[in-house]
Design a protein around this ligand. Sequence first.
Ligand code: CP
Length: 357
Amino acid sequence: MTSTTNTGPVSDPRHVQLTEDGKLRHFLTIGGLTKEVLEEILDTADSFVNMGEQSVKKVPLLRGKTVVNLFFENSTRTRSTFELAAQRLSADVLNLDISKSATAKGETLMDTLQNLEAMGSDMFVIRHADSGAQHFIASQVAPNVAIINAGDGRHAHPTQAMLDMYTIRKHKGDFSKLKVAIVGDILHSRVARSQVQALNILGAEEVRLIGPKTLLPETLKGLGAKLYTRMEDGLKDVDVVIMLRLQKERMDGALLPSEGEFYRLYGLTTEKLNYARPDAIVMHPGPINRGVEIESAVADGPQSLILNQVSYGIAIRMAVMSMAVSGQTQQKAQLNQEQAQEPQDNQNAQTNEETSR
Ligand code: CP
């Protein structure tokens, strides 16, 4: 790490995550990325997506690199697919059990990271309950270390959004012809925020957010989405329906009358799905709560791509990790070149000074 005592303002994550040439070096948020970068992630994932069916499920892109998974919140899909992705890229993978780590004895997050960095780690995949934690870490680590955000607070879940974009592109094609509805607990959802950003950057025709007023912050209008409180209106003629989990663990007070009432009004049933286009696809980032936000007949039905999303998650995470390592390598080469140039520049300046005396 360059410093662990720096308490000054942390710069914008949109700049921290890119090299001077606009390549990914960390992956912290969708905000501020270009359509070209998002399409590069999707295209790179395309080259990995069938790897699960091959007899040798490995490529050497991260051979010799060490990836550390640090999950301070529970996870099934994200953690497992990041681990598989790193293994398929031939990296050495360390999954730190946070409950048994020294953070449980009071060590700070930065001290834990500094120690792992001293062991030669090249990449940290981090999930944390505090919004912005990964961005702070990215602003502190050495130039050759990459930070990948696996979900921070209510802020961002960029790899989830990208695997969702991959699912939509693969099954529905051109974003510019698509109306997409995101339904449920928008207020607490880092996934929804990242999805709205990605859909807008990729040029979706319309992005709609549907939920009860208590879970639908007006501020999201500023991100470029239409807000709806009735499923009949919000689902009308949409091509894609993305359901979200009710995040009860993040609810401070009584935001809903009851789960039963929420399901009656916003649960995706076969009946409500009829408001959407007949060929609409149904997605959910998981974990799903059957009978709370989605009916089993829909979750397991012919329009559901919920398990496809999980499979595509491996390819998307392979894409992001390989692009970040490539960005780091490029940046390190640039730094080395600049450092090699410095003594030469100093020597030239000294010679000029002596000549002019
Ligand atoms: N979608 C998602 O982030 O799932 P996990 O919490 O299981 O990782």
